[in-house]
Each structure stands twice: as C-alpha cells, then as structure tokens.
Design a protein around this ligand. Sequence first.
Ligand SMILES: NS(=O)(=O)c1ccc(NC(=S)OCCc2ccsc2)cc1
Ligand SMILES: [Zn+2]
Length: 261
Amino acid sequence: ASHCWGYGEDDGPSSWHKGYPIAQGNRQSPVNIITAETMYDSSLSPLIVSYENYSSISISNNGCSVAVEYADAEQGPVIEGGPLGDAYRLKQFHFHWGHKDCQGSEHTVDGRTYASELHLVHWNASKYQTFREAVAAPDGLAVLGVFLETGKEHQGLTKITDALSMVKFKGSTADLKDFNPKCLLPRNLNYWTYPGSLTTPPLHESVTWIVFEEPIEVSKRQMEQFRMLLFSEEKEDEKFMENNFRPPQPLNGRKVCASYN
Ligand SMILES: NS(=O)(=O)c1ccc(NC(=S)OCCc2ccsc2)cc1
Ligand SMILES: [Zn+2]
C-alpha cells in the first residue's frame, strides 16, 4: 500500500513515485547546491529567529526519523524575514543521517555530503489555521536545514542524544521539556534559499527551504547514538535507523539564492 514507504531496497526513494506521483514533480527536495550557480539576492532581509518562547513537549521515533515536537502556541517560537512573507511557527525538528560519517545529509553542497542534516519545520500560522492545512500549501512551510559534521561534542545536542535510548523503537515517545532549539543553529546565519518540497512522503511541494552554509560540529559518539535507533517496532526483528536520507532531486530551472555575497 502507498502508506508504507521507507529507505530500503524495495520501499526506498526510487519507488516513492508509485504511491506519491509528486515525487517526480518540478519543485522536489533535497537538491545539490552548486555554489557557483547560486545568486546573491540583496533583497533578502536577514532571517529573524525568535525562539525565546519555546516549549518542547516530547521526543519520538516515528519510524523514519527522531523528532522533537513543540507546543502549538500563539506566541510560540517563530521565524520571519529572509525569503519569508509571513511568520512561520516551529512545529518540530528532526534529523537525517547515514551509516557512517561521510554521508547522511539530504542537501549536498557542490556534491559534498555531511554526516547528518537537522530540519527545523515551521508552518505559516499567519495564513493557515492548522499545520495540516499548511503542509499542502505552496507557501505553507519553511524548513531550516543545518548540516552536522563530526568534530568536537555539541553541548546543546547532548540533551537530545542522551534521550535517544528512550525512543529506540518505532512508535516510542518520551517527555522532553524545555529544549531550546536555538542552540542547534550555527553561529553564522548565512543561508541559501529555494522553493522545494517535503523530502519524505507525502512530498508536498509546500516548503521554502532555508539551508545554512555553516555546519555545526557534533562528536562521532553523538552520531553513533543516532545509529542505535531502530526503524523497527519492539516485536519486529531489529533494523537500525540509518541512511534515512533522500538523494538530491533535479532543480528543473529553480534558482538557489544566497543571503550573502
Ligand atoms: N524532511 S522534511 O523536513 O522535508 C519533512 C517535514 C515534515 C514532514 N511531514 C510532517 S511533519 O507530517 C506530519 C504528518 C502529516 C500531516 C499532514 S501530511 C503529514 C515530512 C518531511
Ligand atoms: Zn527532514
């Protein structure tokens, strides 16, 4: 059935189009960012990240990634400015990673892959009533992409990586209060932006992508902790959660704009 998709041989990205024809659409994500072909857009105002009023709720293993959910509050954490016409509210963040540190990101930069990619998913609460409504609208979502590369341990991330053992199995959830997502952003907020899609089914072409140029550093041990998660449920035979990334898709004439010269 179309609802069961994954990252394996038979249900992976190359077969998603069978259940989700939009997989072959003309604004799909991720993409390879060819830096020489990006366009500096001086009209891009600085990105405004207002994450002060955050209230994280839980961390969960949804069978394709591990996600931290935020309360859907009026005055919740939002981003605005940059390429965005409205304020977009943080709903959740999650990660994509590889079997080893040399691959795992979804976006690539001049063909370079990173160990992992963090996605902070926001929805246009100025224009839509619910996330479900926004998720299918062309200006419904804005996702911040942050590359992770291995180096020194990331202090802020330890609260997440130390909680991963509590959500080992698909369908498991654990409390995760007061996690401030701001600590996961790189120091330098230079970014690339382009119109794209969700990188997993339902692959809706509803995302304004904002991908930071500067990666954050995490330790090899922290990456190993992601790799002990399972795609499988408690009763099923163990399938380690890794390589949960979609490869780059055709740009189809889209321009990737740079916030910096
Ligand atoms: N990897 S990604 O950031 O492009 C990304 C973000 C969100 C989602 N999907 C979400 S949060 O869906 C929640 C459930 C839902 C609701 C309406 S359609 C799916 C998929 C991929
Ligand atoms: Zn993602």
